[in-house]
Design a protein around this ligand. Sequence first.
Ligand SMILES: [Zn+2]
Length: 225
Amino acid sequence: MKTEKTTKKSDNDNKETIIVFGAHSDDFVIGAGGSIAEYVKEGKKVIAIALSFGEKSHPWLKEKIIKKTRLDETFEAGKILSCKVLFFNLREGHFYEDYQKKGIDQKLLDLLKKERPTKIFTHSQEDPHPDHKAVNNITLELYEKIEKKPEVYIYSVWNPVSFKTQYPTLYVDISKTFGTKLSSLRTFQSQKVHIVYPFVLLVFRAFVNGFKIRKRFAERFFRIK
Ligand SMILES: [Zn+2]
């Protein structure tokens, strides 16, 4: 199952395109939401890919209901950031297996060939979450198969990328879009039963990163390709 929502298609065709991969529906917002909104403001086209619904987090609800809720929330979150959202149906804990079995590898490859992104953002290989790690693998595998090579960056969800990393750093000034990121994150009502988002941590992190480039808020990424 693949669902997508397009804002305005025709006027997007000549824009520089950026693609953000996330394992779960809210990862792209937590990891890169401010930068997504910032890039869109700069006139770029951003596509966020959520590879699963995160259906395991609410065992007492019917899977169908969760999927519908997650879809609605994630499209709403994407709307706030002004990016396009694509959903795929990988089962949590079975990412890589499903990725090949359901033919999603080919779909993503076709997407990358069509969109020719200049930058790709994905999870870190150091991330302890197995689904996040799998998405890092998937991204790098796709990278090897495309001709026009984009820059590839990793982002942190809750576990920060290690400080000792040798990769070059990219700071994106999100002073003007940090509020948009937080609004976007607030759309995930269904998650709130389980996790109260540590907004304080997000604010602190954005502040520390911003300090590095003498801006109010920033998001930090590491370039791995
Ligand atoms: Zn996640």
